[in-house]
Design a binder for this molecule. Structure first.
Ligand SMILES: NCc1[nH]cc(CCC(=O)O)c1CC(=O)O
Length: 415
């Protein structure tokens, strides 16, 4: 984790505003909240194609809500982008995508971080806060089939259409664990990113998004994959929504916590950024996601586990709760053993009238999951990770370990 406390106090009292220094303006201490209306607000994200598109979605929403304000963007590579061959699952760390960005945020170099909420750890570094959660259009996972692939002359529309032995590409333990239960005859394999190819493209200055790289691997006539499972939101934002053969939803597959929603992270003390963010927040999505994140926060203890969720917020009567908001919140949570053999699922429905009540419901679902057998599965997952980490420490893992869904070095997504 970051040593955020020291960074914050240092930036508040002694550091100069790096942006002003760069522009050789008058030196003044940076405090994060005494910012004149003329200073540009800088939005930052990873430099991937999807992250850039997402940043522009937030930028457009801010420009529409605050036409008189000036905004800028800044894109940077993160640890997760640099260490292509790191196995996130084995590291048990989830802040690879956000850490460098948070350092820049706390130093006052940038003001708002745009993330896929799914990639944001449930515990933020001190001094950082979620300012906005935008409307979720697609929370679900979807099936993408290899171009030209057919079974007995018939087009494949869903997982049910695939023959035994067909290879499904996904780098997510959550997806593999859940899908193994219903489709024991399908083979699940990591979509290992081709480091060499990425390096070659990099040297040729050819930019290619991770998702596009995966789709190219899928469509490769000599490639092993019949289909991939991907988040529908990412495909849709990249303009690849037409590749979705079908949605894969509950009860077959519960999606990841926060999946499909965009989040804006700000300095906790930045009152102005918070005010701007308020205009972006979709409170219904926010309450659902806060409940999902509260559930995961109880379960993970800092590690990535095969947790799935499904949430709904219905019939929100007017004029109730603090801001006249209320609704009937339903949260389904699941924990699945990595081999898919054990699976617990719990559901709670409750009237809620504040974000705190939504979080409380998430906590209750987590506790119910732990009681219902989740504790044993979580312990198993922790042991499994240790065992695999030891193996990977010695070599790069056997073929059997790689195919078991989680062990391959090159794992890039765990949720
Ligand atoms: N784990 C990587 C990741 N992080 C966010 C998205 C897609 C967009 C989203 O879920 O908001 C994806 C790709 C995927 O899981 O297929």
């Amino acid at each position: 984790m970051l040593t955020a406390t020291t960074t914050v106090s240092a930036s508040a009292s002694t550091l100069l505003c790096r942006r002003c220094r760069k522009k050789k303006k008058r030196k003044k201490p940076f405090t994060g909240h005494v910012r004149t209306e003329t200073v540009r607000i800088v939005l930052a994200s990873r430099a991937s194609q999807l992250a850039k598109i997402q940043t522009h979605i937030v930028l457009d929403a801010l420009k529409a809500a605050f036409p008189d304000r000036q905004f800028d963007t800044s894109f940077m590579s993160t640890q997760g982008d640099k260490d292509l061959s790191q196995a996130l699952y084995l590291l048990g760390g989830k802040s690879l995508w956000t850490k460098e960005l948070e350092i820049a945020l706390l130093a006052g170099e940038v003001d708002m971080l745009v993330h896929s909420l799914k990639d944001v750890p449930t515990a933020l570094p001190e001094g950082c806060a979620l300012g906005a959660i935008l409307e979720r259009e697609h929370g679900e996972d979807s099936l993408v089939v290899k171009k030209g692939y057919s079974v007995d002359g018939r087009v494949v529309r869903s997982l049910d259409d695939l023959p035994a032995g067909a290879v499904i590409g996904t780098s997510s333990v959550r997806r593999v664990a859940q899908l193994k239960r219903r489709y024991p005859d399908l083979v699940f394999k990591d979509v290992v990113r081709q480091t060499k190819k990425i390096m070659r493209n990099f040297l040729r200055r050819k930019k290619r998004g991770n998702l596009q790289t995966r789709l190219n691997k899928l469509d490769d006539p000599d490639g092993p994959y019949a289909a991939l499972i991907l988040a529908k939101a990412g495909l849709s934002r990249l303009g690849l929504g037409d590749r979705v053969a079908s949605d894969v939803v509950a009860p077959t597959l519960l999606h990841a916590v926060g999946q499909g929603a965009l989040a804006v992270e700000i300095r906790a003390e930045d009152a102005e950024a918070r005010r701007l963010c308020d205009a972006l927040t979709h409170w219904q999505t926010s309450w659902r996601c806060l409940a999902e994140r509260a559930c995961l926060r109880v379960l993970e203890g800092g590690c990535s586990v095969p947790v799935g969720v499904h949430s709904e917020l219905a019939h929100a009567p007017e004029r109730r709760g603090d801001a006249g908001r209320a609704g009937r919140l339903r949260l389904v949570g699941s924990i699945t053993a990595v081999d898919g053999r054990r699976h617990v699922e719990q559901e709670i429905v409750r009237e809620v009238s504040s974000p705190e009540q939504a979080e409380e419901l998430g906590t209750l679902v987590a506790k119910a999951l732990v009681e219902a057998g989740g504790r044993e599965i979580l312990q198993e997952v922790a042991k499994d990770r240790e065992r695999r980490a030891a193996v990977v420490g010695r070599a790069s893992g056997t073929e059997e370990q790689k195919n078991s869904g989680v062990a391959a070095v090159g794992e890039t997504a765990v949720i």
